[in-house]
Design a protein around this ligand. Structure first.
Ligand code: NBX
Length: 810
């Protein structure tokens, strides 16, 4: 073991490049250098990884397992270097070799095994769990293709495959020795065995091999490395002959090939159900195998293991653990149920009806017959146990199997001890409306855990200029403990600090402007307001409201070219689910409005629109530090939390927001004067739902400004759109504007005027921006996971075994 210095780092790299690629360090390509550095970094943390696990075993520490069908870590090189305390050393070493670390880091493909907020949250949690020294692991699927790559062709979204594994993945370790079999389909019936127990007998099953790929989750300078385990499918040699057709074989063989590119939309597809059971069964089996090594009675399982169900996709964890306990280990139903409820916990991420997962009974019977039998029995016992305690209609509304459908949220609540929402408002809505029936039955199971973000990635890694200003003003403690960002409040009136913060912002805006020029050919000025809306494209998130305001501004400018507004660049980043035609129509329309406005010399560059293609974690890292304005404009009650709102705030953007999701808590953190709130409240939205008195056509008829904007979608104003404009028009007028855009429009425009006026007062703007940074510390996922650990999982941190912090030994 030698302490790492520039010299021996160079020597290590030199040796490894020679061994792996038969070239000299100076001649290595960027790819070769990236993989060499990556494997060296992995070698550096491997000792800690092994030690962490040995320690957990030795201490028999309770472990938590975060089951998620999506993980969205993005790139890992710089994050690993930061967490190992090696970022500066490696940067300097590479610079001696005339290599720029950021250029090299760009070689890494984003690991994009998720759609959006839910998957990104899982990865923020992985970072924070390790960084807090908590014994927690990830469990998911290793998709061969991540979320599609988005391109625009003639303004339309085109989806290309994300071949992220083409050059190999330097971080993962394939562990065939830990593979397990997962059983699907077939005929399952119960038969009495020689001990008089009823046991399932299966015929004609399909057996798949689940092979784990482990990735180290490196804690922030604490010597801890946890594991994210992703499962990949293989067909066992013994099963080769069993497939009835090539098509049938394909379904299974390609099981872990692609991530479903659907967020907020439940799509009842057979492959998804197979995927769900596949990673659940493999994960639960491997957990039980670990527990059995401890030689404890089954009653101790909940003292050693916590399983978290991230949204309902992994809800089969519940019947799967029951199966393993009852069928394979002769535990009684009653005891197995008691254990299962104690082990499981569930997070809900949405109240959108179309996103609440339900599976047809026939499909479950066909794909996972034993799971279905167990769910039927859970359902039967649930109904029986509630009779006489609760009214029959309440029981019927909350049972798991209703008609020909299996309700996965109901299963998740009934089969776990904790259900949480992801922001205060969302958790309250679960209790009072969406899951109210369950709240009546299990009031103690409901709790809130407001989301958080991996602060180090979104400040230290993404925004070095800002981080340097923070170091110079408030010292470095905020790097480890983000609550210390609060210290920045002492500099609200410090001209020097405010000026430096403004310069840091300007630098990131210049960099983004350059990137925009390179990727889109659009020239934007870093002196303009950078106004950012980045998130999945969905009607409830209301990118269309943003566009409608832009159109209004444009028409105002056409009417009055001298209109005194500060120049603004409206920046969008968003992917639409490939089958979501309405969302795609909005993308096309934004792109065409962008063409129209960006090429209209008469408005003198006062507004520009940039829709950056292929929004992903890496692009977020470029955009967020450069943002002045953060658009969080969902219809109140629809956005469970949001997390880009937190990232943008941390980077000093000022939020324009409805009182939805975590925006409410951001408002509470910064105060009304440091955020721009508009629009209907959640209560007002619900009042409309109750009294059925919303008429968008009436607003349209009575409001000429709105009429002009809405008409522009169909009257030829916007060149190059066809049915897209009609679809938008119809959604707003013919189908009565489901997300109340017309109702919120005027108030939104007023909020935007406030932004314009405030920005013109730079002294005020800078102060507001500072207050936002200073109060962002409370949205750290370090805090969020600590609360999960204490309240839900009952796990405790382990302290690093290494004497030195920031181990940098090779
Ligand atoms: O989860 C998101 C919510 O919309 C955000 O408000 C929240 O901040 C975030 C983290 O809690 N939900 C989300 O991203 N859902 C999905 O991506 C999704 C994916 C597949 C699917 C359903 C939902 N079948």
């Amino acid at each position: 073991m030698t302490i790492l210095t520039k010299e021996n780092l160079k020597e290590e790299l030199r040796q490894r490049v020679r061994e792996s690629y038969a070239v000299e360090l100076e001649d290595a390509s960027a790819d070769e250098l990236f993989f060499t550095l990556g494997s060296l970094v992995k070698a550096i943390y491997n000792d800690n990884w092994r030690e962490t696990w040995k320690n957990y075993l030795k201490e028999e520490q309770k472990q938590s397992y975060y089951f998620s069908i999506e993980f969205l870590p993005g790139k890992m090189l710089k994050s690993n270097l930061l967490n190992l305390g090696l970022l500066d050393l490696v940067r300097d070493t590479l610079s001696d070799l005339d290599v720029d670390l950021d250029d090299l880091a760009d070689v890494e493909k984003d690991m994009a095994l998720g759609n959006g907020g839910l998957g990104r949250l899982a990865s923020c949690f992985m970072d924070s769990i390790a960084s807090s020294g908590l014994p927690g692991n990830g469990n998911g699927i290793r998709y061969d293709y991540g979320l599609f790559k988005q391109q625009f062709v003639d303004g339309h979204q085109v989806e290309l495959p994300d071949e992220w594994l083409n050059n190999g993945n330097v971080w993962e370790i394939r562990r065939p020795s830990k593979a397990v079999n997962v059983h699907f389909a077939g005929d399952v019936y119960l038969k009495e065995n020689e001990n008089g127990q009823l046991k399932p007998v299966a015929e004609n099953e399909i057996i798949l091999r689940a092979v784990p790929y482990d990735t180290g989750m490196v804690g922030y300078q604490n010597g801890i490395v946890n594991t994210m385990r992703l499962w990949s499918v293989e067909i066992p040699a013994s099963e080769e002959g069993k497939y009835k057709s090539i098509e049938e074989r394909r379904v299974y063989e390609d099981l872990t090939a692609v991530l479903y590119p659907d967020d907020s939309n439940e799509r009842g597809r057979m492959t998804r159900l197979i995927q769900e059971y596949f990673f659940v069964s493999a994960g639960v089996q491997s957990i039980v195998r670990y527990f059995q090594k401890l030689n404890k009675p089954w009653s101790a399982l909940s003292e050693k293991v916590a399983i978290h169900i991230n949204d309902t996709h992994p809800a089969l964890c519940i019947p799967e653990l029951m199966r393993i306990l009852i069928d394979e280990n002769d535990v009684t139903w009653e005891q197995a149920w008691d254990i299962t409820v104690k082990v499981m916990s569930y997070t809900n991420h949405t109240i959108l009806a179309e996103a609440l997962e339900k599976w047809p009974v026939y499909l479950m019977k066909q794909i996972v017959p034993r799971m279905y039998q167990i769910i039927e029995e859970i359902d039967r016992r649930y109904v029986e146990s509630m009779r006489g305690i609760h009214p029959e209609d309440l029981i019927q509304r909350t049972r798991i199997i209703q008609g020909d459908q299996v309700h996965m949220a109901n299963l998740s609540i009934i089969g776990s001890h904790s259900t949480n929402g992801v922001a205060k408002l969302h958790s309250d809505l679960l209790k009072s409306v969406v899951l109210h029936d369950f709240y009546v039955i299990y009031p103690d199971r409901f709790n809130n855990k407001t989301n958080g973000i991996a602060q180090r990635r979104w400040s230290q890694l993404a925004n070095e200029p800002l981080s340097n200003v923070l170091d110079e003003s408030i010292g470095q403690t905020w790097r480890k403990d983000s609550s210390d960002l609060k210290l920045l409040m002492n500099y609200q009136n410090d001209e020097k600090v405010l000026e430096k913060l403004a310069q840091a912002k300007h630098q990131k805006k210049e960099e983004l402007a350059e990137y925009i020029q390179e990727t889109t050919g659009i020239t934007v000025s870093p002196n303009a307001i950078f106004d950012v809306q980045i998130k999945r494209l969905h009607a409830y998130k209301r990118q269309l409201l943003n566009l409608m305001h832009i159109l209004k501004l444009y028409f105002d400018l056409k009417d009055n070219p001298e209109l005194d507004i500060h120049p603004r660049v409206f920046i969008f980043g968003a992917k639409a689910a490939p089958s979501y035609t309405y969302a795609k129509a909005i993308i096309k329309t934004i792109n065409e409005v962008a063409n129209m406005i960006n090429n209209d010399a008469s408005i003198q560059d006062k507004i520009k629109i940039v829709f950056l293609p292929n929004y992903n974690v890496s692009l977020a890292e470029r955009i967020i530090p450069a943002a002045d304005v953060s658009e969080q404009i969902s219809l109140a009650s629809k956005e469970a939390s949001g997390t880009s709102n937190m990232k943008l705030m941390l980077n000093g953007a000022v939020t324009v927001a409805t009182l939805d999701g975590a925006n409410v808590e951001i408002r509470d953190a910064v105060g009304d004067e440091n955020i721009c709130i508009f629009g209907l409240t959640e209560e007002e939205v619900y009042a409309y739902y109750e009294n059925h008195e919303y008429y968008s056509k009436q607003i349209y008829d009575e409001n000429p400004v709105i009429r002009r904007v809405v008409d522009s979608f169909v009257d030829g104003t916007i060149p190059n759109i066809g049915y897209e404009g009609r679809e938008i028009y119809d959604s707003l007028i013919r189908y009565n504007d489901e997300y109340f855009l017309l109702r919120d429009f005027d108030d939104y425009c007023r909020a935007q005027e406030r932004i314009d006026t405030t920005y013109k007062d730079q002294a005020l703007w800078r102060k507001i921006s500072l207050v936002n940074i200073a109060n962002a510390g409370r949205f750290s996922s370090d805090d969020t996971v600590r609360l999960y650990a204490e309240d839900i999982w009952q796990i405790e941190p382990i302290f690093a075994h290494t004497e030195k912090e920031g181990t940098s030994n090779v």
